[in-house]
Ligand binder design. Structure first.
Ligand code: GLY
Length: 398
């Protein structure tokens, strides 16, 4: 991964509001991205508010928390690897900073990923995938089924083989969301539990050149900088000029959580499997849960779970690790990933003055949170974004 930064370096601050009439920065959206940007901005001494009626309850709530730049990407997303790898390198320092700010342990794990094939066609496909990955960051050698089972004894004896991606990390998504809210509070940032219905950009008309944010229920807050971190829901906010809100489409994911005994974990690391051409991931948590995900369905804003999708996930999970059938079915949920036309995020300034965006993180909200926070906070501090984020501007979609 070369000379990428080991940690998020903070831009210089502080710059408290001069007149007390509003915030330096108002972030619209309180998922992992909005909370990360808000907390990171608050660490520079800026006054910050993050607005969301239900912080952390959107797609971030469903996420599996895998930090996996290569094993999570499709071949068509190879252009995103440098950004993803950079953000992976930032995660240990990001997690340590969260702990320093009272966020506690976010369950950062370094066990890596084991990618396995259920059938012969799956084996051929994964061997090709492994060869393609080697061009970026060489994964482990191809392993036979027996070697895979020595690493993960719960795998079905029929598993055809696979390979390790030792550098992948994982975090507990819900621990991260709680940590970000605590850390934001530690840094005197505010969480406004209200929906933003519209924004009114300064345009020279509002006193002090501030933007005004209209909340559900009629209250308003004012902001020197506005950051749009609205996930798949940005289309519902009025007053956002064309060119400020990137083209984001919803990609639904169904995900299941199984509860096992924390004293007898079924798996020791993330297992990703291809089963008859379908993909499933199994993410073990320290509390005994195994997160089983996820479907990928384009079209519509529905967040109820589809029975057939849950059936396929459980079928594929149990095909690869039969013992999972004995765990308790703890939760089924569906959320919307925010995807852009090239599946990459949109970060940084927009065509409107003092309006920044942090959107379209698709499958990688948790992975990309540290580099997003660094890029967007650099923007609001009038500093250079990390060079690796240079290609993430809103302008690339015309
Ligand atoms: N990053 C996991 C998923 O999108 O399903």
């Amino acid at each position: 991964m070369g000379n990428l930064p080991e940690q998020n370096e903070l831009p210089s601050g502080p710059a408290r509001p001069v007149d007390g009439s509003g915030y330096d920065v108002v972030v619209v959206g309180g998922g992992v991205i909005g909370l990360s940007v808000g907390w990171w901005a608050a660490r520079t001494g800026r006054s910050v508010a993050v607005c969301d009626p239900a912080p952390g309850q959107g797609s971030s709530w469903a996420a599996a928390g895998m930090l996996a730049p290569l094993s999570e990407a499709s071949p068509a997303e190879a252009h995103l690897y440098p950004l993803a790898a950079d953000s992976l390198r930032r995660w240990p320092a990001f997690a340590a900073a969260l702990a320093d700010d009272g966020g506690g342990d976010v369950g950062l794990r370094t066990d890596g990923t084991l990618v396995v094939a259920a059938g012969d066609d799956d084996r051929r496909a994964l061997a090709e995938l492994r060869d393609r990955m080697a061009a970026f960051d060489p994964p482990g050698d191809w392993l036979g089924g027996g070697a895979c089972r020595r690493l993960e004894p719960a795998l079905h004896p029929g598993v055809r083989g696979g390979f390790e991606v030792a550098g992948d990390l994982q975090v507990d998504n819900r621990a991260v969301l709680a940590a970000l809210q605590s850390a934001l509070a530690t840094r005197q940032g505010e969480l406004i539990r209200s929906a933003v219905v519209a924004v009114e950009l300064a345009g020279g008309r509002l006193p002090g050149g501030r933007h005004r944010v209209h909340l559900d229920g009629g209250a308003t807050v004012e902001a020197g900088w506005l950051v749009l971190a609205t996930g798949a829901g940005g289309h519902t906010i009025g007053g956002v000029p064309a060119g400020c809100q990137p083209p984001v489409r919803p990609v639904r994911g169904d995900i299941v959580r199984l509860q096992g005994d924390p004293g007898e974990p079924v798996l020791g690391r993330v297992v990703r499997a291809q089963v008859d051409g379908r993909h499933v991931y199994l993410v073990p948590r320290r509390n005994g849960q195994v997160v089983v995900g996820a479907t990928s369905e384009e079209g519509g804003y529905r967040t109820t779970s589809r029975a057939g999708a849950v059936h396929d996930l459980l079928h594929d999970a149990v095909t690869v690790v039969p013992e999972l059938a004995e765990l308790e079915l703890a939760e089924v949920c569906a959320r919307l990933r925010p995807a852009t036309p090239d599946n990459g995020p949109v970060l940084g300034p927009t065509a409107a003055e003092r309006v920044a965006v942090a959107a379209g993180h698709y499958r990688n909200g948790f992975l990309l949170a540290p580099v997003t926070a660094a890029a967007v906070v650099a923007t609001v501090c009038n500093e250079e974004m990390p060079a690796v984020a240079a290609g993430c501007g809103a302008g690339r979609f015309g």
